[in-house]
Ligand binder design. Structure first.
Ligand SMILES: Nc1ncnc2c1ncn2[C@@H]1O[C@H](COP(=O)(O)OP(=O)(O)OP(=O)(O)O)[C@@H](O)[C@H]1O
Ligand SMILES: Cc1ncc(CO)c(N)n1
Length: 275
């Protein structure tokens, strides 16, 4: 069985972070392992508290995994501060890890900072060069590219700027532009459109925009799904295509949990085959 390590924060409500990552990996037929960077007290309404773990404990988790079950791919999510960014980068280099998917988590959808303001430079200069793909959402891509993004044309320009600073691929997730009219395709169907910039080529991945407010953890789910597909041997465009199909199914199958923006239904493939 192929193995995937997630290096990310814990979400007590189970919808995002480590919990979403492990559910995704299991559903996609890979063996999920974890190195926890921070503990969050959060639910579908917001983030109440964050505790960043000490760097030596984070490195120790990564080393323990790599010394025993070397991961076929790695997903990196919430890193909380610049010290953690640096220590995760050092562990990745030391263990010569491969198939690195970096989700540059900065702010939760509820508006809580999950990465210190002063950690963006370390993320860009120290960690990004080690990644095979980076998966920013629109606000994260704006920060990384240093420009506003309000249209598909802006996404293409920003992806080129971000890709210019490292060797990996860039997937700009369009979830924050969907349903604003900015990324409507010609027949005016609204789509959730993500842009992959890979090997100098751009490719759109479009899926139905699901009218469902329960989208807590979509970013974590997509990046873990890409890591799982890379671990199983897919090339980058195929990994993104399969990951997006899994994600869209999990949003569509909808759970209705919590008082706020609820989690996805990770078991949707089983639900459908049971019917
Ligand atoms: N309502 C929706 N229907 C279909 N796809 C969606 C919807 N909302 C977001 N997506 C897709 O989910 C993925 C994550 O997108 P988004 O831009 O919301 O990332 P994010 O902000 O990092 O997520 P998170 O809310 O977990 O922090 C993308 O593939 C995006 O197109
Ligand atoms: C722990 C954690 N990681 C990532 C996100 C972003 O979805 C979140 N809300 N919580």
């Amino acid at each position: 069985m192929k193995t995937v390590l997630t290096i990310a924060g814990s979400d007590s409500s189970g919808g995002a972070g480590i919990q979403a990552d492990l559910k995704t990996m299991t559903e996609l037929g890979t063996f999920g392992m974890s190195a926890i960077t921070a503990i969050t007290a959060q639910n579908t309404c917001g983030v109440n508290a964050v505790l960043a773990l000490p760097c030596d404990m984070i490195s120790a988790q990564i080393d323990a995994v790599c010394d025993d079950i070397f991961p076929d791919a790695v997903k990196i999510g919430m890193l909380a501060n610049s010290q953690i960014v640096e220590c995760v980068a050092a562990s990745i280099k030391k263990n010569a890890m491969k198939n690195i998917v970096l989700d540059p988590v900065m702010v939760s959808t509820s508006g809580h900072r999950l990465l210190d303001d002063d950690a963006s430079d370390a993320l860009i200069n120290v960690l990004m060069p080690l990644a095979d793909i980076i998966t920013p959402n629109i606000p994260e891509a704006e920060c990384l590219a240093g420009m506003k993004i309000a249209s598909k044309a802006d996404m293409i320009k920003a992806a080129g700027i971000i890709a210019g600073s490292f060797d990996g691929a860039v997937l700009i997730k369009g979830g924050h532009l969907a349903n604003t009219g900015a990324n409507c395709i010609e027949d005016s169907t609204n789509v959730a459109a993500d842009l992959l910039y890979h090997g100098g080529q751009t490719q759109w991945f479009e899926a139905e925009f699901v009218d469902n407010p329960n989208t807590h953890g979509t970013g974590c789910t997509l990046s873990s799904a890409i890591a799982s597909e890379l671990a199983k041997g897919a090339d980058m465009p195929e990994a993104v295509r399969k990951a997006k199909a899994y994600l869209t199914g999990a949003i569509k199958a909808g759970l209705n949990l919590g008082k706020g923006r609820g989690p996805l239904n990770h078991a949707w493939q089983n639900t459908i085959s049971d019917c």
